[in-house]
Design a protein around this ligand. Structure first.
Ligand code: G3P
Length: 224
């Protein structure tokens, strides 16, 4: 399973890009709006921070298939690199996905809440499907089970579409998606940090430092 960062906050992106093995950034209109700044300036800065090789997923704001395709072409041209257009599931979205597949622009079909939606998106040619785990949990919809069912059905039907699970509010949801064989997750900076923190780890590191200093003071290995 690979990790992406679900934010347009440049400080968070810079931090996680430097310290975590993250494979890219995902955004949506709500995430972009939170930054309340010029759209192109923001997404181009995100591309500059993460580089050409990491995935950048940007969501369309258009409703009609032809307009979605036009936005995708423009975004891909201006942002370059590893680019994915996020398209919400729906008739126009599916039509756009089939057109974009022919144009070679990869689609992440988003706002997925059921395995039936995911299978249809995969058949239309989506590279990724993005089920919303916590939003499902909020309505007692068992987000992890939906992710697990999508992973199984894509494998059963030998489809290459990957599952990019989104909408996480805690580390357990991420862990259970990993156990379900989910291919990718996109998480907030808080969840990214939470995934590596443990009080026992802090205690172990403090003990290492104390024991070393008791004998060697402030010397490091480089000082010997
Ligand atoms: O892109 C979808 C994801 O960002 C939704 O997350 O936290 O708004 O449910 P959330």
């Amino acid at each position: 399973m690979i990790y992406l960062l679900d934010t347009a906050d440049l400080n968070a992106i810079q931090h996680c890009n430097a310290f975590y093995p993250m494979s890219g950034v995902t955004t949506n209109p709500s995430i972009i709006s939170k930054e309340n700044t010029d759209f192109w300036h923001l997404v181009e800065r995100i591309r500059n921070v993460i580089g050409e090789n990491k995935m950048l997923h940007v969501q369309t704001t258009a409703q009609k298939a032809d307009d979605i395709v036009a936005e995708a072409r423009l975004l891909q041209k201006r942002l370059g690199g590893s680019f994915y257009i996020k398209v919400p599931i729906g008739e126009e979205g599916l039509k756009a996905t089939m057109l974009l597949k022919k144009l070679g622009i990869p689609v992440t079909m988003t706002a997925i809440f059921t395995p039936a939606q995911a299978l249809m998106a995969a058949r239309a040619g989506a590279a990724f499907v993005a089920p919303y785990v916590n939003r499902l949990d909020n309505i007692i919809g068992d987000g992890v089970q939906v992710v697990s069912d999508i992973v199984k059905e894509l494998s059963l039907h030998r489809l290459d579409t990957q599952v990019l699970a989104a909408s996480f509010k805690n580390m357990e949801q991420v862990h259970k998606c990993a156990l379900a064989g989910c291919h990718c997750v996109t998480v907030s900076e808080d969840i990214m940090r939470g995934l590596i923190s443990h009080p026992m780890t802090n205690a172990a590191i403090e003990t290492f430092e104390r024991d070393w200093k008791a004998v060697y003071g402030n010397k490091t290995i480089l000082d010997f």
